[in-house]
Design a protein around this ligand. Structure first.
Ligand SMILES: [Zn+2]
Length: 287
């Protein structure tokens, strides 16, 4: 069954450390590598990442997420039916919680105006976000972008079909009240360029809501390679609270909210609000 579900082969490209730029080609693959997928720990800064990532052109069509995700789920069920069954139940509950949390964070930190969902899929997430927003999206998959366009354009928004960094560079600078990156940055081969694009796109006082798996979670330590945050080759960056905060700051954003409750070691995920300061002052939540 597993063999029948095997994917077509990927074209890959070599990545240097996406956090500090060091080339770790000479470093042995770490214990979280799988098959051809080499997960490395940077010798320079300690960041954990997939060194051979699929090329973007393939993500636009052949290996678009909406095609690979069902295959991944089927593979996981075949490999570990009991664990996957438990995880599915947990995911259902977390799903409800996550949507509520995104809406709450947006209501508090994102002023009315233009909001863009990076990796918007078919646009359902941004379409359902409560608030007085003009909803836009950036999506690499051509099929999903077409669906997002059908969802968002009638409401006045627009959708860019491009990798995140390229899409963010193409939108008007300094115009967006908010950026949503929920379960996105772990997929992005160029997270620094994307965060720089976020800093460019946001207007002063605007904020980005970021949710990524927490590599520093206790569950990762306990589950090892079976941790739900590992997905080969879909996840290419494994952030800790420290590395996420450092990267956000390095690209010109400020950390507006990232308390312990947002990155509990008992949670598999973490949430951050990163803002663009007004005249050098940190972003503050609205009362
Ligand atoms: Zn590094």
């Amino acid at each position: 069954m597993v063999a029948a579900l095997a994917r077509a082969s990927y074209r890959t490209r070599h990545r240097v450390c996406p956090a500090c730029g060091r080339d770790n080609a000479a470093v042995d693959p770490g214990p979280y590598s799988k098959g051809e997928w080499q997960v490395k720990t940077c010798r320079g800064c300690g960041f954990v990442y997939l060194e051979n990532a699929p090329v973007y052109d393939d993500l636009a069509t052949t290996h678009a997420w909406e095609k690979s995700a069902p295959a991944e789920g089927a593979l996981r069920r075949a490999e570990s039916p009991v664990l996957q069954g438990l995880s599915k139940g947990t995911r259902f509950r977390l799903h409800w919680f996550k949507r509520t949390r995104l809406a709450k964070l947006a209501a508090r930190y994102v002023p009315p105006g233009l909001v863009v969902d990076v990796g918007c899929g078919d646009g359902w997430q941004i379409a359902n976000l409560p608030g007085d927003y003009v909803r836009c999206g950036i999506e690499i998959s051509q099929d999903m972008a077409a669906r997002a366009r059908a969802n968002l354009e009638p409401r006045g928004g627009f959708v860019v079909t491009a990798p995140a960094a390229e899409g963010l560079r193409s939108v008007p600078a300094g115009r967006f009240s908010g950026v949503v990156m929920r379960s996105f940055l772990e997929h992005d081969s160029e997270p620094r360029a994307t965060l720089a694009g976020v800093a460019r796109a946001l207007r002063p006082g605007g904020a980005a809501i970021i949710k990524v798996p927490n590599y520093a979670s206790l569950n990762r330590l306990a589950m090892g390679k079976r941790w739900c945050g590992f997905r080969w080759p879909d996840h290419v960056n494994y952030f800790t609270p420290r590395s996420l905060a450092r990267m956000v700051r390095n690209e010109g954003l400020v950390v507006a909210r990232f308390g312990l409750v947002d990155h509990l070691p008992t949670s598999d995920n973490m949430w951050m609000v990163a803002g663009k300061p007004v005249a050098g002052k940190p972003v503050a939540g609205r009362p």
